[in-house]
Write a protein that binds this ligand. Structure first.
Ligand SMILES: Nc1nc2c(c(=O)[nH]1)N[C@H]1C(S)=C(S)[C@@H](COP(=O)(O)OP(=O)(O)OC[C@H]3O[C@@H](n4cnc5c(=O)[nH]c(N)nc54)[C@H](O)[C@@H]3O)O[C@H]1N2
Ligand SMILES: Nc1nc2c(c(=O)[nH]1)N[C@H]1C(S)=C(S)[C@@H](COP(=O)(O)OP(=O)(O)OC[C@H]3O[C@@H](n4cnc5c(=O)[nH]c(N)nc54)[C@H](O)[C@@H]3O)O[C@H]1N2
Ligand SMILES: [Mo]
Length: 761
């Protein structure tokens, strides 16, 4: 993390979108040295028959805007279609040890990988190899090690077709370790929503936003992470929809939006105000904030009914469709306002304001993101969101329901087609029938479990289909040591990143086509498909010239490894699948006939086809057969006690990054320019610590496990963030997160409340 000399900290007054977004693109696009392919891809982006953005998982409307892309989607497109190339000559010039010292940004800025490479320990360099050599050696190694100890990681971007083939390869090989980036992300949703409603995903669809009268949002940063959603929110505001936001930071996207496609707004007409209420909860404070709202609702309901008025709660729904309401009601009645206000960090008046909107609403959408899922008691935060919806019957009604905003563009879809370490979610009966083998029935390793094995030296091999696992995971220092001991590493990637630079016994770098690129196979140009946050499934076809003639598509790479590893199986026609992805879609349809009926025919349906969701029809596939209320186990989701000098560190994305991909050093909305080595701090805390703006401090782990973890040289930025909370950037601060500090049942690393203290000397 080298220092930059052009660091500035200055309040940003602009709205999300607007000319600022043009400026944001203007910073990054020239750096990528884009060609005409980028402009063509942007023109076709997120449109029926076009190419689906590689950035976020927000829906693609059936009737798109003229430009259906955002600042960050454009950056992601330019990043993929850059004309910069990372060739074997680059690796000839730089040893791996030298590259370890490079920053994330500079590694990826070296450009698109062009050749398959193998790490050569003698020279400490990656050297070019042929695909055949790579596949044969990987196959031979996989056959030497213990299949049960090999991890097949996937990073949410690869298509449904690739993901299906990848998970089948893993199971045929005899492994069930299929963690996905979802394990660091919305797994709390996948586990918690499934427990509570029977469905692991949003029940709402894009259209529901046209029918809601209120939107509550917890812990999602729309302006940076799903900017196209701002159009939906703007339209909702125009209809008078109330938008109530809970977030420790005042994120600009939730405050105001200038629509870049609206000439009047661009010419200076006022920006659209998005949030009608903004509540700066403490990190993990959502449980108590919602508890307060429920407490008010329950008391008002009791009063109304006693006076012969209309009940506030939906008793009919509660009785017919749910269990355990009384337990939650009892808990809320007994909760004290002292506890609620202390743990949420909000005043009683603020919670009453939010409750007023809730009590009035007939159709409420609950949006949330990592601010809910990435806490030790994240599941309890999520359950509180569900409790709030259930109490007034806001699931399975037009314009109402949970609307988690997923991360990677196909992260939800990967789970749909078999990338799961949980045997109960795998379609094992169908797989057995179709491919005549016994799929593993054991519980595979999720991300945390994979990390444990890597650290302990009991992982025999790690294949990553995209992503940057070593950089994205917690406990970074121990992870690096374990990573370097792996008997086998296979990285299927488009650009160089830190995970590639701590080689194990054998390390392979396999460069693939990106989604924006033309994918020619035996039967002609291929399309792929993905699923968005609303469970809509779309085709996507890349047209850009591939970055190098030596690239293979992801399906071809998966098939190449599978064929070199497995005995031939006449039921698994790897070559035919690679020649025609339509046949993979047919295989997906045969495996999941309910969700994917007529898959190939429906591929180009404008707006995508909906895979369906029983909870949206009030069919609850839960243990009790009903939607389930849950009493929270803690009043704050952080899972650690307040202690003098202890802070809850919130790890954040800047507006200039996509996960571990750092496009640049400007976080426009937060007014931080030229550096990512910062710690955002409340002024009162600065005073207590005796530090001033620009001072350098060290963050140290303050977890109860007494392990030393620290990151130094962080510049103090005074920030509007609740006292006791600090903000800083992921992935740089992952050094500070203990591996065992994760959401309890879902095992999502708890990156939104990391116990730390500040060392000033
Ligand atoms: N441009 C861009 N787009 C992206 C990504 C990217 O990196 N860049 N990443 C993609 C991926 S994989 C994902 S998962 C999503 C992530 O998108 P988000 O879910 O928005 O995740 P974060 O950026 O981590 O920010 C979470 C928000 O939660 C708030 N927060 C933190 N702690 C709490 C809390 O305790 N309570 C509440 N109420 N709020 C809290 C933070 O202030 C922040 O605004 O975005 C996807 N889209
Ligand atoms: N502290 C903290 N840690 C976090 C988070 C946090 O908020 N705080 N967020 C977590 C979340 S939500 C997530 S999703 C994870 C993200 O973790 P990952 O998904 O593992 O990481 P990415 O940064 O998205 O991966 C970037 C790499 O993907 C490769 N890539 C890009 N496009 C393609 C492609 O088309 N094909 C292939 N094969 N490779 C490609 C490139 O080589 C690039 O370097 O991080 C998690 N870690
Ligand atoms: Mo994510």
């Amino acid at each position: 993390m080298a220092e930059r000399d052009d660091v500035t900290i200055k309040d940003y007054k602009g709205a999300a979108g607007g000319w600022g977004s043009m400026e944001g693109m203007a910073h990054v696009l020239p750096e990528e040295k884009i060609g005409p392919d980028t402009l063509d891809a942007l023109r076709r982006q997120n449109k029926p028959g076009g190419v689906m953005c590689v950035s976020c998982a927000w829906g693609k409307p059936a009737k798109p805007h003229i430009a259906e892309f955002c600042e960050n989607g454009a950056k992601a497109t330019a990043w993929e279609l850059t004309t910069l190339r990372n060739t074997p000559e680059f690796f000839e010039q730089h040893t791996v040890s030298e590259l370890q010292g490079w920053r994330d940004h500079d590694l990826e800025q070296a450009g698109r990988l062009t050749h398959p490479m193998k790490y050569d320990a003698a020279t400490d360099k990656y050297v070019a190899v042929s695909w055949a050599e790579a596949f044969d050696a990987i196959g031979a190694k996989l056959n030497k090690v213990d299949a049960k100890k090999v991890v097949f990681y996937a990073s949410g971007r690869a298509s449904l077709e690739t993901s299906y083939m990848y998970s089948l390869f893993c199971r045929l090989y005899g492994s069930h370790n299929l963690p996905d980036s979802s394990n660091m992300c919305h797994e709390t949703t996948s586990v918690g929503l499934k427990n509570a409603t029977g469905s692991p995903v949003a029940t709402i669809q894009m259209e529901d936003y046209e029918h809601c009268d209120a939107i509550f949002c917890w812990g999602q940063n729309v302006g940076t992470n799903s900017p196209r959603m701002l159009h939906t929110l703007k339209a909702a505001r125009k209809r008078g929809v109330e938008i109530v936001v809970f977030n420790p930071l005042r994120e600009r996207g939730w405050e105001k939006f200038t629509d870049p496609q609206n000439p009047l707004q661009m010419a200076g007409a006022p920006a659209t105000q998005i949030a009608t209420q903004y509540h700066q909860v403490r990190a993990g404070g959502d449980i108590s904030a919602i508890l307060g709202i429920l407490k008010i609702a329950i008391e008002e309901d009791t009063k109304a009914r006693a006076n012969g008025g209309e009940p506030i709660l939906d008793h009919h729904f509660i009785e017919q469709h749910t269990v355990r309401f009384e337990e939650v009601a009892d808990f809320a009645r007994k909760a004290s306002w002292d506890d609620i206000t202390r743990e949420s960090g909000l005043t009683r008046e603020a919670i009453e304001d939010a409750a007023r909107v809730y009590l009035k609403s007939k159709a409420l959408i609950a949006v949330y993101g990592m601010g809910i899922t990435q806490h030790r008691y994240g599941m309890d935060s999520l359950y509180m969101v569900v409790n709030l919806l259930l109490a007034r019957g806001h699931i399975g009604r037009l314009g109402a329901g949970p609307g988690p905003v997923r991360g990677h563009s196909n992260v939800q879809g990967q789970r749909t087609v078999g990338i799961t370490e949980k045997p109960e979610l795998a379609p094992n009966d169908r797989l057995k029938q179709l491919y005549e083998f016994d799929p593993p029935e054991w519980q595979g390793w999720d991300t945390v479990e994979s990390c444990r094995h890597i650290i302990d030296g009991t992982c025999d091999g790690f294949i990553q289909l995209g992503g940057n696992f070593l950089r994205a995971t917690p406990e970074h220092e121990k992870m690096v040591k374990g990573w370097e001991k792996l008997p086998l590493q296979v990285h299927i990637a488009t650009k160089l990143n830190k995970s590639h630079l701590h080689p194990g016994e054998e390390s392979w770098l396999l460069p693939c086509l990106g989604r924006m690129e033309r994918d020619m196979q035996e039967t002609g140009r291929q399309a792929v498909s993905m699923e968005d946050s609303f469970s809509h499934i779309y085709g996507s076809v890349g047209k850009a010239e591939p970055a190098s003639p030596h690239l293979l598509s992801e399906p071809a790479i998966v098939a190449g490894m599978a064929k070199a590893t497995l005995e031939p199986n006449p039921n698994v026609p790897w070559d035919e699948w690679v020649g025609d992805y339509g046949l993979v879609r047919t295989a997906i349809e045969n495996t999941y006939p309910d969700k994917f009926a007529n898959f190939n025919e429906r591929l180009w349906q404008p707006g995508g086809f909906w895979k369906g969701n029983p909870a949206a029809h009030r069919k609850w596939q839960t243990e009790s057969g009903k939607a389930e209320f849950n009493v929270p186990r803690a009043l704050n989701a952080s899972g650690f006690a307040d202690k003098d000098g202890r802070f809850a560190l919130v790890t954040l994305r800047s507006n200039d990054q996509f996960n571990t991909t750092v496009y640049g050093y400007h976080d426009r909305f937060r007014g931080i320019h030229g550096t990512r080595e910062v710690v955002m701090m409340n002024k009162a805390d600065m005073e207590k610590l005796g530090v001033a703006e620009g001072d350098k401090v060290t963050l140290e782990s303050d977890a109860d496990d007494n392990v030393d973890r620290s990151v130094g040289n962080l510049m103090v930025v005074p920030y509007n963030i609740p006292e006791g909370c600090l903000g800083g950037y992921y992935p740089e601060l992952n050094v500070l997160i203990p591996l065992e500090h994760h959401a309890l049942e879902s095992h999502v690393p708890a990156g939104k409340s990391v116990p730390v203290r500040v060392r000033t000397a």
